[in-house]
Design a protein around this ligand. Structure first.
Ligand code: PGA
Length: 247
């Protein structure tokens, strides 16, 4: 199974559902549709209405983040995994570099992953090195720490997806070299196998993925799909990624 996950970030109002309607109609007719899953993570404000709208359709709705407590608490503006599930979210991103940059720590991320899984959300756990770490050849050690400090064997592996997103690649148009990315993805899967003592959960790539560079990524069979930011906000760009992946 492949995944095409669109992360809208701070984008979207109710009428933006038209973008997803177009993606959904392509997806419903695509002869390859059973080979992949499309998940979109709109902002919190749209999760309930979009989840209802797509309930019996193919596109799945998720959240971009969740708070590190399970149900209710006195934390202003916080949204828990329980609350997300109750309005129809099926997935949540955790640990996106935007949120790590705003103060998410490994212990916080561990609680987010734990409580999201407990509330039956599928977690897309994001990891990735920054430009300086890459320059200093610290990529693999950074990724290993990000994985081992948060994930535990007891977490349900079937509810986890890992998204490798080099920070220097997010929104910049810069992408890793194929050879390097293959090596990194294999390494991530090796660490995951050690953590879970069985097969690795799926590992996605994210960072400046678009309809033209997806051809390069599809050569790397270890990559199980993509986390797509900028190109998920236009139906044509998002559909082009899927079309070119299966061409
Ligand atoms: P991008 O964002 O595709 O715009 O680089 C990816 C992400 O932040 O998930």
């Amino acid at each position: 199974m492949r995944y095409f996950i669109g992360n809208w970030k701070m984008f979207g109002v109710p009428k933006s559902v038209n973008i997803l309607n177009k993606i959904n109609s392509y997806y419903s007719r695509d002869k390859n549709r059973n080979k992949y899953r499309v998940v979109i993570t709109p902002p919190y404000t749209l999760i309930e209405s979009y989840s209802r709208h797509f309930k019996n359709k193919r596109v799945t709705i998720g959240a971009q983040n969740c708070y590190q407590k399970e149900h209710f608490s006195s934390n202003t503006a916080a949204i828990s995994p329980y609350m997300l599930k109750s309005v129809g979210a099926n997935y949540t991103l955790v640990g996106h570099s935007d949120n790590r940059g705003e103060g998410d720590t490994d212990p916080m991320l561990k609680d987010k992953v734990r409580y999201a899984i407990k509330n039956n959300l599928k977690v897309v756990f994001c990891i990735g090195e920054n430009k300086i770490e890459k320059k200093n050849k610290k990529t693999l050690s950074v990724l290993k720490k990000q994985l081992t400090r948060v994930l535990e064997k007891k977490f349900d592996k079937n509810k986890l997806i890992i998204a490798y997103e080099p920070i220097w690649s997010i929104g910049t148009g810069k992408i890793p070299l194929a050879k390097e990315l293959k090596k990194t993805t294999i390494y991530i899967k090796k660490i995951l196998k050690e953590i879970f003592k069985k097969d690795s959960p799926p590992v996605l790539y994210g960072g400046s993925v678009d309809g033209s560079n997806v051809e390069m990524f599809k050569e790397i069979k270890e990559i199980d799909g993509f986390l797509i930011g900028g190109a998920s906000k236009t139906s044509k760009k998002f559909i082009d990624i899927i079309k070119n992946y299966y061409r």
